[in-house]
Design a protein around this ligand. Structure first.
Ligand code: ADP
Length: 484
């Protein structure tokens, strides 16, 4: 019975794009025969045929044009019109009656064909739209399944409507369709070990806040107790009126990358530790040798040794930077606060750098400012900013350093008139190992560690560091440190 109802239900066949000729033809002819038998043998009144002929056949035309498209509608209309002509013929219409009968049949024919055409066309249009959408969905599903990253798509309530197999292989659990995101914690904590609750899982977050999450790292402890690291991006999907209708999440397994990075960091840490001691000894021996040579007044040897000392200092700076970077990575860079005069510290750095640079370093300050911070680390930051100002302004001389006390903070600025930093690079230069990559820039030696270390030091002091610059005109680096 259910099968029969399903077969007869025209809505159940939407999108199928299969149109039968036989079914409407047989049903319409059978209906005509049944109507004939009924009026002739049950009602015994052939004249009563008119009412049946209109209602039953109009219903059939609508039904078949909606079920079988234009062709079904036209077949039903044609059989109906032929039946009307048969009625005129079998009831021996003559004269005026025959004329008006034929006229009415003609009007019916035009109306029926028109109705069948319009409904059939609409039905076929709907079918092709449904088919197109289904194809689109299939294409999307195939792409989603093939992707090397995990993908979850949910509706606006966080119920999974699409998910690929990669998600299971990354997270170690099967997420079925209709799974409610947030009903179970999938990602245990973010990279700072902040636990992920049901409400702040990436999908629920983007659905409630309407904001995207970009490449955020999460730690996952799988059922098999394997700890993995994932990088997750999630974003809400809006309709054309801006209403959130769905959310998509992309999960990438970055465990291997992390392990590799850790091995690399461990190696750098170990290598720089191992290098530190011999460099310190080398410097001691150089100083000893220098003292010794001075007794002999051997100017050439002293000059050579001076060069060796300079190169050793550079090497030591590099090793110290490497150590700092790896300590920052592992959170092992310690700070010890003390009260000191910032203006004196800046003057000290300038004094030291003036000796090795031809630049005109100007310090504009009127106040004595005492702050509480790690003196050695702030010294390191100021040295780095002024060294950079010198390094990246090879054709101009002035470098202006200002120190200002303003509400709740002290502001240090280091201004040069050198090569400048393009707008799109101004945030990136503070990233680890980032160097501006254009031909001109490549001629400057460096490793892209200084500003990263400076940024991290200032961050740990709850301060800010940034740059304002125009390419080709110079840069001003700012450091703001809280005084409260
Ligand atoms: P390094 O100077 O060793 O390459 P830094 O981290 O100190 O590393 O600087 C990162 C990048 O920022 C540099 O490679 C350079 O491109 C850019 N930069 C830093 N300071 C300046 C400056 N004063 N003027 C122009 N570019 C600068």
């Amino acid at each position: 019975m259910n099968k029969l109802l399903h077969y007869l239900n025209p809505i159940a066949h939407l999108g199928e794009q299969k149109y039968s000729t036989f079914f409407p033809l047989i049903v319409t002819i059978a209906s005509a025969v049944l109507v004939e038998l009924y009026v002739n043998f049950v009602l015994r009144n052939p004249e009563a045929v008119g009412l049946f002929a209109i209602f039953i056949f109009v219903a059939l035309i609508i039904y078949f044009s909606f079920r079988e498209g234009i062709k079904g509608g036209l077949i039903t209309s044609t059989v109906t019109i032929l039946y009307y002509l048969y009625i005129i013929y079998s009831q021996h219409y003559t004269g005026e009656r025959l004329r008006s009968g034929l006229e009415t049949t003609l009007i019916f024919a035009v109306t029926y064909f028109l109705v069948a055409g319009i409904i059939g066309w609409l039905k076929q249009k709907i079918d092709s739209l449904i088919e197109r959408e289904a194809n689109e969905k299939r294409r999307l599903q195939t792409i989603i399944q093939q992707l090397p990253v995990g993908i979850i798509i949910t509706d606006n309530k966080g119920i999974v409507v699409e998910v690929n197999k990669k998600v299971e292989s990354i997270l170690g659990i099967n997420i079925p369709l209709n799974f409610q995101i947030g009903s179970k914690v999938l990602l245990q904590s973010d990279i700072n070990d902040k636990p992920v609750t049901c409400n702040n899982s990436p999908i629920m977050y983007v659905l409630t806040h309407g904001k995207s999450i970009v490449s955020k790292e999460y730690r996952v402890v799988r059922k098999d107790n394997k700890e993995i690291y994932t990088q997750v991006s999630a974003s809400p999907i809006h309709n054309k009126d801006g209403k959130i209708i769905a959310a998509a999440e992309i999960i990438t397994d970055v465990t291997e990358q992390k392990e590799l990075e850790k091995r690399k960091d461990d190696f750098v840490n170990m290598a720089s530790h191992e290098l530190k001691t011999p460099i310190t000894s080398m410097k001691l021996y150089i100083d000893l040798l220098m003292k010794y040579l001075k007794n002999y007044n051997d100017a050439t040897s002293i000059k050579i040794l001076d060069n060796i000392k300079n190169q050793t200092n550079k090497l030591q700076k590099l090793v110290n930077d490497l150590l700092d970077v790896s300590r920052l990575q592992t959170g092992k860079l310690s700070f010890s606060k003390e009260n000191f005069k910032l203006d004196e510290l800046i003057a000290e750095v300038i004094e030291l750098l003036k000796g090795s640079s031809k630049h005109n370093i100007i310090f504009r300050n009127t106040n004595s400012i005492t702050i509480s911070a790690d003196r050695f680390r702030i010294y390191q930051v100021i040295t780095n900013l002024i060294t950079n100002a010198i390094k990246y302004s090879p054709y101009t001389s002035d470098i202006i350093i200002k120190l200002k006390k303003q509400k709740g903070e002290v502001l240090i600025s280091v201004m040069d008139f050198g090569i400048g930093v393009a707008k799109d690079q101004q945030k990136k230069i503070f990233e680890r190992l980032y160097q501006v990559n254009d031909d001109k820039e490549k001629t400057f030696p460096g490793f892209g560690m200084g500003l990263y270390i400076a940024k991290e030091i200032i961050k740990r002091h709850k301060g800010r560091i940034w740059v304002e610059s125009e390419k080709g005109k110079g840069s001003t680096f700012y450091v703001s440190l809280p005084t409260d």
